[in-house]
Design a binder for this molecule. Structure first.
Ligand SMILES: [Ca+2]
Length: 205
C-alpha cells in the first residue's frame, strides 16, 4: 500500500450565517451623514465636515442639493483629484462592515468616471497594509441619478490598527466627466470574536 499524506483543512468561521446578515454593532465613524456641523452648505476645502479629512485639491461641495442628500447634507465631488476620508481605530483579524450611499448627478452624469468607496488599512506606524474596495457607482453602467447602496464586509489584516474610509471619484477612460454625491457612511464591527480559525491535520493513508 502506497502511503500518501493527506492534508485536511477545515476553516471555521464563527457565526458565519449570522455575520452575513449582521448589522454594524457601533458606527465608528463620526458625522457619517455630514449633519453634525449644522447642515450648512459650502465649499469642501473651506467647510470640512467635522470628523473628516480632505486629501488632494479639496475641490468639492458640502451640498444641500434637492434629491441628492439624506437628512440635510451630502458631499459632492466632481474631480478625481480630491477625496474625503476618516480614520478609525481597528484591531487585526476582525470583521468590519463599511456602508455608504452614492448617486451621480442626473444632469451631470458620470462618464468614464466612477464613485469609489474604499478602506485602506494601516499599521501602528501608519504604514499602508493594503486597500479593500467597498463599492462603486460605475459611470455609464449604473443608472444615473439613482442612489446606490455600497457595502462590504472586510476582515482587517494582520497588524492593522487604523482603517481609513475614503470617498473619491476615479477616472476610468478618456474625457472623464460628471459629478456625484455620497452620504450615510458607516463603518464598524459585525459579529463577534476573531474569524478565520484554521484547523489543519495531517494524516497518513
Ligand atoms: Ca446626510
Amino acid at each position: 500500500m502506497v502511503k500518501k499524506r493527506v492534508l485536511t483543512a477545515a476553516l471555521i468561521v464563527a457565526g458565519m450565517a449570522s455575520v452575513a446578515q449582521a448589522q454594524i454593532l457601533t458606527n465608528l465613524l463620526a458625522n457619517g451623514g455630514f449633519e453634525d456641523d449644522g447642515g450648512t452648505p459650502g465649499a469642501l476645502g473651506v467647510t470640512i465636515p467635522s470628523g473628516w479629512g480632505i486629501s488632494g485639491s479639496g475641490t468639492g461641495w458640502v451640498a444641500h442639493d434637492t434629491g441628492y442628500f439624506v437628512d440635510a447634507i451630502a458631499v459632492k465631488l466632481w474631480t478625481s483629484d480630491s477625496s474625503i476620508y476618516q480614520d478609525v481605530a481597528v484591531a487585526e483579524g476582525l470583521t468590519y462592515q463599511a456602508d455608504a450611499q452614492a448617486i451621480d448627478q442626473l444632469n451631470d452624469p458620470l462618464v468614464n468616471r466612477d464613485v469609489l468607496i474604499k478602506v485602506e488599512w494601516f499599521d501602528s506606524g501608519m504604514g499602508s497594509l493594503g486597500v479593500d474596495e467597498v463599492g462603486r457607482v460605475i459611470g455609464g453602467t449604473d443608472a444615473s441619478g439613482a442612489w446606490k447602496n455600497l457595502t462590504a464586509q472586510l476582515v482587517s489584516p494582520a497588524g492593522a490598527e487604523t482603517a481609513r474610509i475614503i470617498y473619491q471619484l476615479v477616472d476610468t477612460g478618456a474625457d472623464p466627466r460628471g459629478a456625484a454625491y455620497a452620504d450615510e457612511f458607516s463603518f464598524g464591527r459585525v459579529g463577534s470574536g476573531k474569524v478565520g480559525l484554521r484547523l489543519f491535520s495531517i494524516r497518513n493513508e
